[in-house]
Ligand binder design. Structure first.
Ligand code: S3P
Length: 238
């Protein structure tokens, strides 16, 4: 019913949705990247054990539950999530994208036509379904973890990772976007600052927190992988 009504309300142009998450598996190594036996023998004769090629002491990180990225708008949940999914060879899903697919219209239109409570209701049900789907990387909308029921579901069925950043950094990253209804006002920096005050104590309940500033994506990824490994080690010790 939601999809039908929304469809009526919107112009065709705004019904086109491009946010649903996609996931590409890493390409297999090319032949040129694999050393043949003769080359390996030469390396051995040079007393250089080719450990990095044939064996590795590192235990690969294996998630047994979904990893749920939380944090304010502009924290990088989708960008970081996509890259983590590639590294961990897991599917990536964006909860806002899934809500849009389910509703048949964009998040801002759901807010406009039905209001925020209807969006939260849809978001809650979508995230519950994603949590039931086995290991994956889930990027959630900024308000998802603030909803008590969604938060409980994430705590029960997933591992949560908060990407923490200053409101000023978030403002710089989101200021050109028009897709976030909560920031479509005269003072989005003030909105982000207020949301940070209200929400940061709640995001702090996440299993893992990493700080992200103006650093690049690669640095954030490294921090996230490191934090995930530490979390997995801690859990194994319990
Ligand atoms: C929201 C964040 C948005 C989207 C909706 C509401 C929020 O997602 O779910 O506009 O309440 O913070 P992003 O955090 O991906 O921008």
């Amino acid at each position: 019913m939601l999809a039908h009504d929304c469809g009526k309300f919107l112009s065709k142009k705004r019904q086109s949705i491009g946010r649903a998450g996609s996931f590409q598996r890493p390409q297999p190594r090319r032949n040129s990247e694999i050393l043949d036996q003769a080359t390996l023998k030469v390396i051995k004769n040079m007393s250089l054990e080719p450990t990095s090629i044939t064996e590795s002491n590192e235990i690969p990180l294996k998630l047994d539950r979904p990893l749920v990225l939380v944090g304010l708008m502009g924290a990088g949940k989708s960008c970081v999530g996509r890259r983590l999914a590639e590294s961990l060879d897991l599917p990536f899903v964006d909860s806002d994208g899934e809500v849009e697919t389910a509703a048949g219209c964009e998040v801002r239109d759901i807010f406009e036509v039905y209001g925020e409570p209807a969006f939260r209701d849809c978001e809650r049900r979508v995230i519950q379904r994603l949590l039931d789907g086995g290991p994956s990387i889930i990027a959630t909308g900024g308000g998802a973890f603030i909803d008590p029921q969604t938060r409980e579901a994430v705590k029960a069925h997933g591992v949560s990772l908060w990407l923490r950043a200053d409101p000023e950094v978030l403002y710089q990253r989101t200021k050109r976007s028009r897709t976030r209804p909560l920031l479509n006002n005269e003072d989005p920096l003030a909105t982000l600052t207020n949301l940070a005050e209200q929400r940061y104590p709640i995001y702090a309940e996440a299993d893992i927190t990493i700080d992200t500033g103006n650093e690049g994506l690669e640095m954030t990824l490294q921090k996230a992988m490191q934090a995930l490994k530490q979390h997995a080690e801690k859990e194994n010790q319990l």
